[in-house]
Structures are given as structure tokens and as C-alpha cells.
Design a protein around this ligand. Structure first.
Ligand SMILES: [Zn+2]
Ligand SMILES: [Zn+2]
Length: 612
């Protein structure tokens, strides 16, 4: 009986602790589901809930367990107050952020400037600035019409899916006091016929995220952050201004006021976001994900050339463009599942994928309180009869909320969780050129607009839309562990693959551990020399770029990292040991570090012998 009560109360405490620490998911456009527990203010309900919880503990449990339990709750409060105090501490850390090197010393610049001699850095940065400000406005209005022309379809879908979820949960996000502190070019890559410029944006905003169904989902406050915005353009093409003009870059006629899903000129039919005319926003990455992009996986010339040799049937092929489709399709699959509406995804998935995706039989809506794609990238290529198959890993973080018929919510995930799945994209080797953009609701056979439908045949030209003859179609979807299993029996079919151990590490121990190590190092707000050395040696060992540690640390200090743990308890122990080692690296485990370690120990049920 006593044991059961203890178990019960520990369960409550864990849930309460998660609620204190991971309540506020930080919002704003591009935000990645982190934890901005520093906001604190405005959650007047919490105080009352805590007093009630302590009252219930004292009343319901036998002595002395009730006193111990109440003590732990109060201890939990102390942990959450560490997070509140960070707001003050974070001010110093942002002064130490890298401010960018001169553009001509940046990786990839020499090659880039040879083919684009008229590139104007100042002009480019100004466009990034205006894109950033306009997107914040579009985000809070939940209206992308003014920025659609320069968004890739994948980025458009990321926002669009979040808007759909926010509507389900009746959420609004207001943003004010936007301050851009710095924008600089971090890296330039080439990918097929395209160049990609990655820019770092250091800014602060004040945001208020309000849920009209349930105020426990409210969050917000002042946030300072660094995120990386990636822009893509076809190499050597003359720039036609998409940022300050509302006219078609091809024919000059005025663009529709709201282009919706397809960024197409009505007069000449060109797609303004093809990269043919101007820099297109093709990805937004948070500092913690940006740093974890392994150098080996970067879109290097070598990789692209290698892939182009495998897939040489279409000169417009670029890895980034297929990744963009995978991201777009993946989010629409999530939407289909959330709303129990399979017609959302029917047109671009194979029968196998369509039949394998579960729809809630009770018809309950599963909304996502924040859904972010952290990372999307190519991990392998195989061949299947006459098709090329690209394997694209999609890492997302989210918190699922179920809404019943009376608009009452219940949390499926207590906190933000992250998950990686692999999407298989297939296309015939001798594919015809697509005339539409299937993922953006236009028929690849004839270009006509198509509605969500359970029929796969185009109403205009009659062709099957999910045919691999014209477009990259989603032909499989699996978890990372299922993918590793698939690999072990299909190894010989692979014409390209990243080291599978790397995928495993990347999305497992290494990735989780590094994140958590940074979190524990930042817990006391001090980045001591010994801690820095520890983090740097770990970064080197695991292939992170050492110069990106500072922004990562800043995120940790700014409470924008969530604790991440894999399912496997052996791996949890391994990670916990590393975290402990990190905390000890400066010969001093501060009380804040200790509290965080204790919290994790409690939450994951790690006993003292594991932690030794
Ligand atoms: Zn036009
Ligand atoms: Zn058609």
C-alpha cells in the first residue's frame, strides 16, 4: 500500500516537475519547440495549483511520506526558479556570440563569387532583414500572402501546418518589440545548379502565445535567440527583385494578392519561388539543430556530384529540392492524421503508405501544440527496378493534444518530444518533367489545380497523380529503428548511404547527450573554462563544429533547449553519466547543476548506482 502511494506520488511529481520546467514552448515564427521556462510571468494559475497540490499531498498521504513528498514539490519549485533567474544571466552570454567573419573568408565564398561576381552582400543582408520582419508579421496574422512569393513550398507548408494546428487549438501568437541585433552570412554551399546561403540572425522579440480553449497552453515572454535562415538560388542567374516588388519577376504583371499554396504568376504561369529569379527562403534552423548538422552530411560539392552521377536524368535535380518536397509531404501526412482526413495526403503517397497510416477511429482531433521540423536531410539512395529512391530523414519535435467534442483538451505528450522518421521518395529514372507542383496541389501531368480528394486521378487530364513517372512520390515511411533494420537486409541495393552508425548516433546518444550536456553546463549560468574545454573536446570527438558552441550554449542559457532522452534505458544511463561528467568538469557541481541532475534522475528513474 505504502509502496503504491509512493509510486503514485512520484508519478504526480514527475508530471508536476515536467509542467514546471517544460511548460512554455517558445513560439514565434521558426521557433523549434524549445522551452522558454524563463517567461514565468502571467501564469497566475500555477501558484494556486501548487498550493492545492501540496495541500492534497499533506492530506491524502500518510505521515511521514506526505512531508517528504511536499518537500520534493517545493524542491521542484526551486528547480523551476533556476529557469526564471536565467533571464538575468542570459544578458551577458549574448555579448559573446560570434558576429560573423568577413564574407570573403567564409567557407564556400570563393567558389560562389566566381560564378556570381555581381553578388552584393549589403543588399542581400537587407533582403534577409526585410524577410525576417515581414515573416514575423505574417506569423502573428497567420497570413502568408505577402511573403509567399519568396518562400519554398516546404517552408510555406511548415507555417501553413502550424496555422492549421493553431486554429484547431484556437491559438494566437502576438509578437512585438522585435529587435534585430545582427545578421551575417555563416556559410555558402552549392547543391546541383543551385547555391545556398546560410545566414545567422540574432534577434530578440516579445511574444505572447494565447490558447482560447485552455489557458494552460499559454506561453510567452521576452526571448533572445540565434537562428539560421537558408536561402537558395539558381547559380549565375540575374537577380530579379522579389523582396520589394509585387510584380512577376518573369513577365512583370502584378502578382495575385494571395497566391496560396502555389506561388505562381497568373499571367505567364512561372513559379516565383523556383530559385530562378531571386533568393528563396528554403529552411529555418535553430542553433541547436544547426550545430548538430554533421559536416559529413553537409551538401558538399562532392556529395552533390556523387548524387548527380546516380541521378542524372534531370538537370534540375537538387537534394535541397527533394528534401523540401519530403518536408512538405510529411507535414501534410501529419495533418491528415491529426484531422482524421486521409484525402489530405492521398495524391502524393503510394497505396502502401496510404493503407499503413492510422486514422483515429473515435474521430478525435489530435492537434499539435507546436510542431517543428528540426532537420530534414538525405541519408541514403537506393534503386528499385526502374526507380531512384531517396531516403530522407525527418526529425520533428512536437507536443500532441487531443481535443474532444466539448473542446476539452488532454495532453498525449506531457512535454515536447522529438522523433525521427525516414521518408522514401521515389521517381522513375526516365521521369517526364513535372508540369505542376503536386505537394502544392497542382497536377504534375497537366498543372491544373487539384483539391484534397480520395481519388488519385486528375479531373482534367486523367493521369494518376501519385505516379512516379512525373514526380517524387512518398513510397514508404518508417521509424529510424525500422530503417536501420531495413538497411541491414537491403544493404546491397544502396548506391549511396551515410554511415548508418552515424545516423544512429546522430539521432540517438550523441545528439541527445550533447544537448543535455550543454543544458547541465548552462544550469548555473556560468560557462567556466574547464566546462568550455569539456564541451569543446566532446564537440570535436562527435564532429560538431566547435565555433558554433557559443550560440548553442546561449540557447541552453536562454532556456531554449529541452531535455532530450532516448527510449532505451541503457542509453539514458550513458547520457546521464556524461551529463554528470560535464557538471563535474570544473571540479564543482553547483547547486543548480545538481538540482537539474537530480530532476533527471527522478524523472527517468535512474538509481544511484547508475549515476556513479
Ligand atoms: Zn508572370
Ligand atoms: Zn492533370
Amino acid at each position: 500500500m505504502r509502496r503504491n502511494s509512493i509510486k503514485f506520488i512520484i508519478r504526480i511529481l514527475v508530471i508536476a516537475a515536467i509542467a514546471f520546467i517544460v511548460t512554455d514552448l517558445y513560439a514565434r515564427a521558426g521557433g523549434a519547440g524549445g522551452d522558454s521556462g524563463s517567461s514565468g510571468g502571467g501564469d497566475s494559475g500555477d501558484g494556486g495549483d501548487i498550493i492545492y497540490l501540496i495541500f492534497m499531498i499533506l492530506r491524502m498521504l500518510p505521515f511521514p511520506i506526505n512531508i517528504i513528498a511536499a518537500g520534493i514539490v517545493i524542491g521542484g519549485l526551486a528547480v523551476s526558479s533556476i529557469y526564471t533567474k536565467r533571464t538575468v544571466k542570459q544578458k551577458t552570454i549574448f555579448n559573446q556570440l560570434p558576429t560573423g567573419d568577413p564574407v570573403n573568408s567564409i567557407k564556400g565564398y570563393d567558389r560562389f563569387i566566381r560564378s556570381s561576381p555581381d553578388f552584393n552582400e549589403e543588399n542581400f543582408i537587407n533582403n534577409v532583414k526585410s524577410a525576417f520582419l515581414n515573416i514575423q508579421e505574417a506569423w502573428q496574422n497567420q497570413d502568408l500572402s505577402k511573403v509567399r512569393k519568396f518562400l519554398s513550398d516546404g517552408v510555406y507548408q511548415r507555417f501553413n501546418t502550424q496555422f492549421k494546428m493553431m486554429k484547431l487549438l484556437r491559438q494566437v501568437n502576438t509578437i512585438d518589440n522585435i529587435e534585430i541585433k545582427n545578421i551575417y552570412i555563416d556559410k555558402i554551399e552549392s547543391d546541383g545548379l543551385y547555391d545556398i546561403i546560410h545566414t545567422a540572425i540574432h534577434a530578440s522579440v516579445n511574444d505572447q502565445f494565447v490558447c482560447r480553449i485552455d489557458s494552460s497552453l499559454n506561453s510567452g515572454g521576452k526571448e533572445e535567440f540565434v537562428e539560421y535562415w537558408s536561402f537558395l538560388k539558381k547559380r549565375g542567374k540575374e537577380r530579379k527583385d522579389l523582396y520589394s516588388s509585387d510584380n512577376c519577376p518573369n513577365c512583370g504583371s502584378s502578382l495575385p494578392a494571395d497566391m496560396g499554396e502555389v506561388s505562381r504568376c497568373e499571367s505567364c504561369g512561372t513559379l516565383t519561388n523556383s530559385g530562378e529569379y531571386d533568393w528563396v527562403l528554403s529552411e529555418i534552423t535553430q542553433a541547436d539543430d544547426y550545430i548538430s548538422a554533421h559536416p559529413k552530411l553537409a551538401k558538399s560539392e562532392n556529395l552533390t556530384e556523387k548524387i548527380r552521377k546516380i541521378i542524372d536524368e534531370n538537370e534540375d535535380f537538387a537534394v535541397q529540392l527533394v528534401e523540401d518536397k519530403a518536408c512538405n509531404g510529411y507535414l501534410q501526412i501529419l495533418t491528415a492524421m491529426a484531422c482524421n482526413d486521409p484525402s489530405v495526403m492521398r495524391r502524393f503517397v503510394s497505396d502502401k503508405v496510404f493503407n499503413g497510416i492510422g486514422i483515429n477511429e473515435r474521430g478525435l482531433i489530435t492537434a499539435y501544440n507546436r510542431i517543428f521540423l528540426n532537420d530534414v536531410f538525405l541519408v541514403g539512395i537506393s534503386e528499385e527496378s526502374d526507380k531512384n529512391v531517396l531516403h530522407i530523414a525527418v526529425k520533428s519535435s512536437y507536443q500532441r493534444i487531443q481535443i474532444d467534442n466539448n473542446n476539452k483538451i488532454s495532453r498525449i505528450d506531457e512535454a515536447v518530444v522529438s522523433r525521427t522518421e525516414v521518408v522514401f521518395m521515389s521517381r522513375d529514372k526516365n521521369a517526364l518533367e513535372s508540369r505542376g507542383s503536386l505537394y502544392a496541389h497542382s497536377c504534375p501531368g497537366c498543372g491544373a489545380p487539384v483539391e484534397n480528394s480520395l481519388s488519385i486521378d486528375c479531373a482534367y487530364c486523367g493521369s494518376a497523380m501519385n505516379s512516379t513517372g512525373t514526380e517524387w512520390i512518398i513510397t514508404d515511411l518508417m521509424s529510424i529503428s525500422a530503417y536501420n533494420e531495413w538497411l541491414s537486409s537491403n544493404k546491397s541495393d544502396l548506391s549511396y548511404s551515410v554511415d548508418t552508425g552515424l545516423i544512429d548516433k546522430l539521432y540517438d546518444v550523441r545528439d541527445f547527450a550533447f544537448n543535455n550536456v550543454m543544458l547541465v553546463i548552462a544550469a548555473d549560468g556560468v560557462y567556466a573554462d574547464a566546462e568550455r574545454q569539456f564541451a569543446e573536446s566532446l564537440a570535436k570527438k562527435w564532429g560538431y563544429s566547435v565555433e558554433k558552441l557559443q550560440p548553442f550554449f546561449a540557447m541552453a542559457q536562454n532556456s531554449q533547449l529541452v531535455i532530450r532522452m532516448p527510449e532505451d534505458s541503457k542509453k539514458q544511463k550513458k547520457i546521464f553519466k556524461l551529463m554528470k561528467k560535464a557538471a563535474e568538469s570544473d571540479q564543482n557541481i553547483s547547486s543548480a547543476e545538481q538540482k537539474l541532475l537530480d530532476y533527471i534522475k527522478l524523472q527517468y528513474g535512474l538509481d544511484e548506482s547508475d549515476a556513479a
